[in-house]
Design a protein around this ligand. Structure first.
Ligand SMILES: CC(C)(COP(=O)(O)OP(=O)(O)OC[C@H]1O[C@@H](n2cnc3c(N)ncnc32)[C@H](O)[C@@H]1OP(=O)(O)O)[C@@H](O)C(=O)NCCC(=O)NCCS
Length: 202
């Protein structure tokens, strides 16, 4: 356990912090992001541009960002992209557009009215296994509870058994699953996506 980890919700983000958050997300989920957004530089530029601080919870140690929880709820998302932005972005990279649509359908979802969707949880490689992820998820649960939401929901790939155990230890349970459609199987090495839910007690 790291004692000095601070968890900060909704802090305004300067350029340096946006880049750091985008780096942690890309480096953790490179295999899922690369087929859609391309190289590390392109992906980091894209992600850092559209981050919405109101739906981001940060973990920091000695003022350095080491983990991030990205949320969707109340009609707002951690990644705020307008149709116009997407159009111009993919005008330059049309090949990836189909991947974006398919991956979007597979890996992203909209939370119901009473749900908080934990869309991304990522801890920087050197800081894993030290309690940072647990502290971030507990903060998400507290936030959901204090704002009267009933469920915290997330999606996880079948091969990530370690992360699944991590969420089960906190109290999440598998509440659904869907199969990866054939066109996407050539990009990804998993075949099923599980939905996990944490029910907030009254
Ligand atoms: C999963 C993850 C967010 C957990 O955060 P963390 O700070 O490492 O977790 P904590 O220290 O609070 O809890 C440790 C538990 O996490 C689990 N865990 C999952 N992946 C792990 C990893 N790569 N390294 C260490 N622990 C990991 C273990 O079950 C561990 O429990 P144990 O100590 O009993 O073995 C983080 O390890 C991570 O970013 N992993 C890669 C990305 C990922 O899988 N994200 C979740 C899927 S959406």
């Amino acid at each position: 356990m790291i004692k000095e980890v601070s968890i900060i919700a909704g802090a305004s983000l300067n350029y340096k912090n946006r880049i750091k958050i985008a780096e942690i997300i890309y480096d953790t989920f490179k295999d899922k992001i690369e087929p859609v957004l391309g190289s590390r530089d392109d992906s980091i530029r894209f992600l850092s541009t559209f981050l919405n601080s109101k739906r981001i919870i940060l973990a920091s140690v000695n003022e350095e960002i080491v983990g991030v929880a990205c949320l969707k709820y109340g009609g707002d998302s951690w990644l705020r992209i307008r149709g116009k932005d997407l159009f111009f972005y993919f005008l330059r990279k049309p090949v990836k557009f189909l991947n974006l649509i398919l991956t979007g359908l597979l890996l992203t979802s909209k939370p119901e009215k009473d749900e908080v969707l934990l869309d991304i949880l990522a801890v920087a490689a050197g800081y894993r296994g030290k309690g940072v992820g647990t502290a971030l998820v507990n903060r998400v649960i507290n936030l959901a509870s204090s704002e009267k939401y009933k469920v915290v929901k997330l999606h996880i790939v079948d091969k990530n058994t370690r992360a699944r155990r991590f969420y089960e230890k906190i109290g999440f349970r598998i509440t659904g699953s869907r199969k990866v459609p054939p066109p996407l199987k050539r990009f990804y090495d998993f075949s099923k996506i599980y939905t996990m839910s944490y029910y907030i007690s009254e």
